[in-house]
Design a protein around this ligand. Structure first.
Ligand code: F6P
Length: 550
């Protein structure tokens, strides 16, 4: 049964009709009219306190947003995902990252196969390998133990591993060094290898397809680096492992399939940290902590699957995002972790959200007539406060912000942590309530500066607060965002699990590369700008261009 187009859905029209009334109201008024707002509009799940009271919604808006989720069949589509149906329609695939964290002993049959037992078989192999490496039982080619682990991958095969390593560094083995290489820019690889000793280094080549140009180029250069130092091709067997769905390509590269950790086409790259793509994380924090990370994700899966929409945190996150995007017209969302260990979380969420919901057609291929996924971006607090928060407070664009904090620091030193945390609450307050001209005047501000010091406020925020960053809490936080993305994609009617938009640039690069590397001047058949850029690049490369040469 096809869905009614978004703007014609009953709840959407009702939200639209009330828009002017609600959008004109200020968060100051919402709070003044309801002293219990701050304790009513919040949920706690898996120890994560989610305060959504500083969103520009009244109770009717909230109810209609939840109606919109129901009318958009979020529940049915969620159940279809958990049942292994091919909800990734444009690639005709199931979407089963939830199976990656299903506990041992449960089962999920897809096309006659119990995928949960397959998942646990791989987890077991990963655990043995991680334990062997951590205990020094796994030896390199010359008999030395491995002390350096280099993950080579890109997109979901890099952002998840590097984000999780940074996030869980407190729990990681400090006598092991972890480095991450993604960019085809050789500088990334060269700097990552700087100071590493070859016979103590393991490379994990992480690529779902094992066909990604950046990853394979880096993997080949890494192999050359290793073989040049150890003087023996056979060394590859003890220093390279692969994480992939493509055993044939792994074997072609020269990695023994025994040293490959598999996953499945029903795991999207940006949803793969909890698959074998998490191997570097497991080596860093150990299998037990990795299983806690998976347990945190699974707990949120259960919450998403069973909690009524009005208490369902991913559903609330999702519908509030739709409200901000489609009704308040907010084109970007800021994610600001007040936790240094989460410094790569914004980059990770960028891929999760933007590769999932940056789509212009619905599931049937019709061009949509409404906005879909916003731009996500962010930086750890309080650094952002001293750079771009100025625009958040007084700029002409309204940017909803997710603020993420913890009650306890993993590195308690003096007063640092309370000073940090005070900023989370203060920023949410300042963004919501601002400062009126009367307040500015009452502070004795000279009249000519009043307008400069006024802060309009009425900027929406969500605050996420947990006790302390643990593997389990990280898993829960990521799963909340995964499912919120799902809710939004379902309401927008897009395929959140394909990524056709990344193809064109790759194809064009493949046609341009020969012209850059050819020894003789090629005949250029691109547009005049591209032709001129290529010609100038070649001249610069040959050192034949002068500073002003065009
Ligand atoms: O180009 C985008 C993309 O396909 C992402 O979706 C994916 O995470 C990344 O490339 C890496 O792909 P692979 O794991 O197959 O190397």
């Amino acid at each position: 049964m096809t869905l009614t187009p978004l703007r014609q859905r009953r709840a959407y029209r009702a939200l639209d009709e009330r828009l002017e009334d609600v959008a004109d109201r200020h968060l100051r008024d919402f709070f003044a009219q309801d002293p219990s707002r701050g304790t009513r509009l919040r949920e706690v799940v898996e120890g994560i306190y989610f305060d959504y009271s500083k969103n520009r919604v009244d109770d009717t808006t909230l109810r209609l947003l939840l109606d919109l989720a129901t009318e958009s069949r979020v529940g049915e589509r969620r159940d279809a995902m958990f049942a292994g149906e091919h909800i990734n329609v444009s690639e005709d695939r199931a979407v089963l990252h939830v199976a990656l964290r299903s506990p041992r002993g449960t089962s999920l049959m897809v096309d006659g196969v119990d995928v949960v037992s397959e998942v646990h078989a791989v987890l077991e192999r990963m655990s043995h390998f991680a334990d062997a490496l951590r205990s020094g039982t796994w030896r390199g080619h010359t008999g030395k133990a491995i002390v350096n682990v280099v993950n080579i991958g890109i997109g979901g095969s890099d952002l998840g591993p590097v984000m999780a390593y940074e996030a869980l560094r407190h729990y990681a083995r400090r006598d092991l060094t972890f480095r991450f290489v993604s960019n085809v820019d050789a500088t990334d690889l060269v700097e990552a290898l700087d100071g590493l000793v070859a016979d103590e280094t393991l490379f994990i080549i992480s690529s779902k397809t094992f066909g990604t140009l950046e990853t394979l180029t880096n993997a080949h250069s890494a192999r050359d680096w290793l073989v040049a130092r150890l003087g023996d091709e056979a060394a590859v067997a003890r220093h390279f492992v692969a994480v992939s769905t493509n055993a044939a390509r792994v074997a072609d590269f020269g990695i023994d399939p025994q040293n490959m950790f598999g996953f499945w086409d029903w795991v999207g790259g940006r949803y793969s940290l909890d698959s074998a793509i998490g191997l570097s994380t497991m080596i860093a924090i150990g299998p037990e902590d990795f299983s806690q990370f998976l347990a945190g994700m699974h707990a949120i899966d259960e919450h998403f699957r069973t909690a009524p929409f009005e208490h369902n945190v991913p559903v609330l996150m999702g519908v509030l995002g739709v409200w901000n995007r489609n009704f308040l017209g907010c084109a970007t969302v800021g994610v600001m972790p007040y936790e240094q260990y989460l410094k790569r979380l914004p980059a990770y969420l960028q891929q999760l959200t933007m590769e999932s919901n940056g789509k212009h057609v619905d599931l049937d291929g019709n061009v949509v007539d409404y906005a879909t996924g916003p731009v996500y971006w962010g930086e750890p607090g309080t650094n952002g406060q001293h750079s771009f928060y100025q625009l958040l407070h007084q700029g002409t664009s309204v940017v909803p912000v997710d603020l993420i904090g913890f009650a306890r620091s993993l590195n308690p030193v003096g007063e640092h942590h309370d000073l940090l945390s005070a900023n989370i609450f203060a920023q949410a307050q300042a963004l919501a309530f601002g400062r009126t001209d009367d307040e500015v005047r009452a502070e004795g501000t000279p009249e000519h500066l009043v307008a400069h010091r006024v802060m309009a406020g009425n900027r929406p925020t969500n605050v996420f607060l947990a006790e302390v960053l643990t593997p389990r809490v990280l898993g829960s936080l990521l799963a909340l965002y995964e499912h919120a993305v799902f809710v939004q994609g379902t309401i927008w009617g897009v395929d959140s699990f394909d990524q056709w938009g990344v193809e064109l640039g790759k194809e064009m690069a493949a046609t341009i590369y020969p012209a850059l590397s050819s020894p003789s001047d090629p005949v250029l058949t691109h547009d005049s700008s591209t032709n001129a850029l290529i010609t100038h690049y070649r001249a610069l490369k040959r050192n034949e261009a002068t500073r002003d040469d065009v």
